[in-house]
Write a protein that binds this ligand. Structure first.
Ligand code: SF4
Length: 138
């Protein structure tokens, strides 16, 4: 599938696009100050490892969104900030903002195809909210 390239956009190995300069600016405006202070996954109340000590944010299959990560991210008050940051930084490991690396690649491709940032991020948020049964503040 061919993707429309945008000004300033580059291609990663294997043809996976990263977000354009314009999208980076738009994403950056969505990042709340001190968002890490409110991260649900770092809360003392969040159990981020299962009984075997496995971190659900770094599953053995990197493209599996674990139920634990889905639930925690779906209830996280800074999910949008988190997702915006990892898209800007092109993070290719772990679950962030309720997304796997594969989903983030798809987001980058959707953006490159012209989908608005707000629509793409709202779609991720809506899916997480539906799956976790929680509302998530943007
Ligand atoms: S969205 Fe998920 S990974 Fe990001 S800060 Fe919140 S709980 Fe952690």
């Amino acid at each position: 599938m061919a993707h429309k390239m945008m000004t300033g956009q580059t291609l990663m190995p294997f043809g996976v696009p990263v977000v354009s300069v314009e999208h980076r600016g738009e994403l950056l405006r969505l990042v709340a100050d001190d968002w890490r202070d409110s991260a649900a996954c770092t809360s003392p109340n969040a159990s981020v490892r299962d009984s075997r000590g496995v971190d659900p944010f770094y599953p053995a299959d990197p493209d599996t969104l674990t139920d634990v990560a889905r639930s925690i991210c779906g209830r996280c008050p800074v999910q949008v900030s988190c997702l915006a940051v990892v898209l800007i930084s092109n993070e290719d490991q772990g679950i962030w903002g309720g997304t796997t690396p594969l989903v983030r690649d798809r987001i980058c491709m959707d953006l490159a195809d012209g989908a608005p940032v707000s629509v793409v991020l709202a779609g991720v948020n809506a899916a997480l909210t539906a799956d976790s049964g929680a509302g998530v503040a943007a």
